[in-house]
Each structure stands twice: as structure tokens, then as C-alpha cells.
Design a protein around this ligand. Structure first.
Ligand code: ATP
Length: 446
């Protein structure tokens, strides 16, 4: 099997696992689905929530210099003129005169022609039009009258909500520079070629942090945030051989950026951006200051003059990180001649932290196991399963990404200890319920 085929195969297996185990479903599936829209099922919703909480916790609760924000999706339309999105937030688009498909002109190598056998539009021989600029912002109307004066946009990034609230947050929190504002929220881009499952969609969630600094310290904090974000992925157990840095060349830099690095991950469909770290200089605050005539300059006793802060941005996609964790965790292993799937998610973000099983359905084991389950449920998301052979129950939880299984057996009834099995090392240890709670808490909050 060629590498390309086996990688396509891997993506198919991941999409199918996500559906089977309730991670991700096609949106409006009973109506035939809607291109590039996906719904998170019971385990997916839990994983996404855990991931966002983990990011929020490391960005805000565990620090003293970053405040949280939750700005509206709809903003004053002038914001998007000021930010440059109306004039600059374009992708070059080409049409194929042969098959009538549309492609992003700067991503032709990774695009696939709808005609079979599916090839890149660079190879299929179809005649392409000259590139045209296509604005990626979704428009809608505010109020009942659908005319140009009532146009509003669905935000294409969460960052602008942070910039326009810079003064509000600074004044209410009394933070001093350097400080940051973090936000998680939906963003919308009318992508020309969405695809690769939840990698590129038109509706997605971002986890963004904007760090306001003195202009003389931009290189120092740019470096600092690059290291911090790299370590953050490492702490989630991502294989660092599958991560790399991509430095933006002058031709790639966004209109607002002085320097930019992407953290890239090796997906089954190739190396792609997972998160962007940008030095946005004073571009955004200067533009908003000019447009609104509000003084967005900063001053405190440490500085002689007022200045417009520079901004270092860390911008991660929540859905893309979730896909990364699933790709990273997907593993097939031969166990006793049978191919078994493991989803090796870190306990920090795994949707279900532990499953509780009675070894057999008799001798008081189910009653004891249920008591343990209810006790653990007060602390963590846990699952109780009594049906089927114990091996099958383990296998179901391994595939669902659950890191620990707890089994109540004959010995439990004598000394109250149960086996706690680690999905990845397969090690089993005997523990009482209090020890299990302490152990799980340590693994989840480490
Ligand atoms: P690309 O070059 O892939 O279009 P970008 O450079 O435009 O991405 P940014 O504007 O830097 O992306 O957005 C920050 C992050 O938001 C990205 O690193 C990615 O994780 C996420 N993101 C951006 N666009 C999408 C999308 N269409 N679907 C899912 N996530 C996205």
C-alpha cells in the first residue's frame, strides 16, 4: 500500500472511530449532511470541554498576568474595516474550467479534484482560471431590513473582541503591562476549500491570547510565548517528533504581523498549521485608536512616556487541537492475534477518566462496584459497565480513550481493594477507593 493510501486509510479509520464512539458526527446527517460542518457527540463534547478548560486553566487560573474575556460574535461592522479584514482578509481563488470545481490558489498541491481518480488540480490537466481574491467573512443583517446599512459580520477571529476591550479589561482588572487577555470562542470563515474532517471548517472555535507589552520587549516575549505554547502541547502527551516550527517568510506574513511562527503537526494528510504565534506590533491598537479617536495608549509610573502597547498573539484552533489529539492518540495493536484500537488520550483531557466493572455479575460484586462508581462520580466523569466479558469491556474503553479501568473482584469483597488498570502500560495495581480518588486527581491535574 502506498504511503498516501495508507494515510487516507488512517483518516478514514479516525473518522469512523469518531462516529462509532460518539466523538464527532456529520452535521444534519439525516438530511445528507452539510459540507464541512460537524457536530460533537457525547464523548466529543466532553473532550472539547476538557480541552478548553485545560487551555483556560493554564492561560488564566494558573497565572497572575492574564485575564479572561467572552466577547460577542457580532461586532460593530466598522471594526472589520479598521482591522483590515474587509480589504485584506482574502484568499486567492481559482476555478477549473473543466470540472467547475473551486480551489484555493495557494493550496493547489494539497487540493483534490472532484473527478475520479482524484488528483491535485496541478496534475489533473484541467484548465484553471487566473486567481481572484475572495473575502472570507460571512455577512448577515442586523434587524429586519436586509440592506447595506444593516450588514454585520460573523467574526473571522476572536482577537478583535480583545482589542476593542483593551481599556475595559485594563481598567477593571488593574493589570499592568505586560499582561494578557485570553478568550475562547467561535469564529467563522467562508473557506474556499474546507476539508480534512474537522481540520478546516467554516465554523470553528479558537483559543486566543493577546499579550500586551512594551514595544522594546517584543522579541523577548515572542520567544517566551513560543516556548510556553510548545510546552503546552508537550504536556498533553503529543509526540514531539510530529511537531515542528514553521517561520513565516516575508511573502506569507499577514498584513498585521512583524514576525510569525506556526506550530505544525504531521497529520495523515501532511504537515499543517496547528497554532500561530504572531508579533502583531501596535498595528491593531493604533488602527482602533485612529478610527475611534479613543486614547488606547498605556502609561504607568515605570515609563516616562505614553505608548501604544505591542501585542504578541497565540492563536490556536480548538477543533484542530482536538483532531491533533485524536490523530496522535490513535493506535492499533495486536493483542492475542486480534487487532485492537487504542485511543491514547491524556487523562487531563480524556472524556471519561475511568470505568468501573464488576468482574462477574454475582457474589455482591455489582453492588460493590456500583457504590464505587457513585463515589467516584462525585469527582470525575466515570462509566459503569457490567455487560459482556471483562476483556471486551476493557477493549471498548481503550477505544473510547478512557485511561483507567477499575475492576471489582473476589479479593475486593475481602479487603476492599480493586485493580486499577492503566490503558497504556497495561499495569494493574490494587487500591482502595480513597487511593483511587487521590491517584486520579493527581493524573488529571498534573
Ligand atoms: P490557514 O493558513 O490554515 O488558513 P490561518 O493562518 O489563516 O490558517 P490563523 O488566522 O492564524 O490561521 O488562525 C489561528 C488558528 O485558528 C489556526 O492555527 C487554526 O488552528 C485555527 N483555524 C483557522 N482557520 C480554521 C478553519 N477554517 N477551521 C478550523 N480551524 C481554523
Amino acid at each position: 500500500m502506498s504511503k498516501k493510501n495508507s494515510n487516507n486509510d488512517l483518516m478514514d479509520k479516525i473518522v469512523s472511530l469518531c462516529k462509532r464512539r460518539g466523538y464527532v458526527f456529520p452535521s444534519s446527517e439525516i438530511y445528507g449532511g452539510l459540507n464541512s460542518c460537524w457536530d460533537y457527540g457525547p464523548l466529543g463534547a466532553e473532550l472539547k470541554r476538557n480541552l478548553k478548560n485545560y487551555w483556560w486553566d493554564s492561560m488564566t487560573n494558573r497565572r497572575e498576568d492574564i485575564e479572561g474575556l467572552d466577547a460577542a460574535i457580532l461586532m460593530h461592522p466598522q471594526v472589520w474595516h479598521t482591522s483590515g479584514h474587509i480589504s485584506e482578509f482574502n484568499d486567492p481563488m481559482v476555478d477549473c474550467k473543466t470540472c467547475k470545481a473551486r480551489f484555493r490558489a495557494d493550496k493547489l498541491a494539497e487540493a483534490r479534484c472532484p473527478k475520479k481518480p482524484s488528483k491535485s488540480p496541478l496534475e489533473c490537466g484541467g484548465e484553471l482560471t487566473e486567481p481572484r481574491q475572495f473575502n472570507l467573512m460571512f455577512k448577515t443583517f442586523m434587524g429586519p431590513v436586509e440592506d447595506d446599512t444593516n450588514v454585520v459580520y460573523l467574526r473571522p477571529e476572536t482577537a478583535q473582541g480583545i482589542y476593542v476591550n483593551f481599556l475595559n479589561v485594563k481598567n477593571s482588572s488593574r493589570q499592568k503591562i505586560p499582561f494578557g487577555i485570553a478568550q475562547i470562542g467561535k469564529a467563522f470563515r467562508n473557506e474556499i476549500t474546507p476539508g480534512n474532517f474537522i481540520f478546516r471548517t467554516r465554523e470553528f472555535e479558537q483559543m486566543e491570547m493577546q499579550y500586551f507589552i512594551h514595544p522594546s520587549e517584543d522579541e523577548k516575549y515572542f520567544e517566551y510565548w513560543r516556548q510556553e505554547r510548545w510546552k503546552w502541547y508537550q504536556s498533553l502527551g503529543i509526540d514531539m517528533d510530529k511537531m515542528r516550527w514553521h517561520k513565516h517568510g516575508d511573502d506569507e506574513l499577514a498584513h498585521y504581523a512583524k514576525a510569525a511562527y506556526d506550530i505544525e503537526f504531521e497529520y495523515p494528510f501532511g504537515w499543517q498549521e496547528l497554532e500561530g504565534i504572531h508579533n502583531r506590533t501596535d498595528f491593531d491598537l493604533s488602527r482602533h485608536m485612529e478610527a475611534t479617536k479613543k486614547d488606547l495608549r498605556y502609561r504607568d509610573d515605570r515609563y516616562q512616556e505614553k505608548f501604544i502597547p505591542y501585542i504578541i498573539e497565540t492563536s490556536a484552533g480548538c477543533d484542530r487541537t482536538l483532531l491533533t489529539l485524536i490523530v496522535n492518540g490513535y493506535d492499533e495493536v495486536e493483542v492475542k492475534g486480534e487487532k485492537r484500537v487504542f485511543l491514547r488520550l491524556s487523562p487531563k483531557i480524556a472524556p471519561i477518566k475511568a470505568a468501573v466493572f464488576p468482574l462477574v455479575k454475582k457474589d455482591g460484586m455489582p453492588e460493590f462496584a456500583e457504590k464505587v462508581y457513585h463515589e467516584l462520580k462525585k469527582h470525575f466523569k466515570v462509566f459503569y459497565d457490567v455487560s459482556g466479558a471483562i476483556g471486551r469491556r476493557y477493549a471498548r474503553m481503550d477505544e473510547a480513550g478512557c485511561p483507567y479501568c477499575i475492576t471489582v473482584d473476589g479479593q475486593t469483597l475481602e479487603d476492599e481493594t480493586m485493580t486499577l488498570r492503566d490503558r497504556d502500560s497495561m499495569e494493574q495495581k490494587r487500591m482502595k477507593v480513597d487511593e483511587i480518588i487521590t491517584f486520579l486527581t493527581k493524573q488529571i491535574t498534573a
